[in-house]
Design a protein around this ligand. Sequence first.
Ligand code: SF4
Length: 128
Amino acid sequence: MNHPDPQRPASWKSYKLGMCEGCWAGCCTLPLEVSAFDLIRLELITEDEAAASLKKVAKRLMKEGFVRSYHSTQGIFIIEQRHGRDCIFLDKNRQCTVYEKRPEVCRTFPKIGPRPGFCPVGSKENRK
Ligand code: SF4
């Protein structure tokens, strides 16, 4: 199987049902933008913390290594990546460790994303 480059949506493949089976989870290497609601669902923060100050939330989560940056005008947090590539919630078998609690953008991908209906699909082989 060809390996589209996650950084080049033009190289992605058209999504088909079952495509995620055996995939290296290239979608989980894209920058992950989450809301305060997503952070509550992930159980990283409480509703009270979110209501009190999102800047304080961002400061704590950056210190703890969960969040890379916070964009206050949009209320968007960027989740930290391992080795500058993988989502920190991806395990060594390239499975999501927070699947039931995953953020909204993960739930709507690839319907909504950099190239709707297309994925950076690729084999897991040699892609640990
Ligand atoms: S939270 Fe899970 S599904 Fe979403 S990018 Fe991270 S590993 Fe992938």
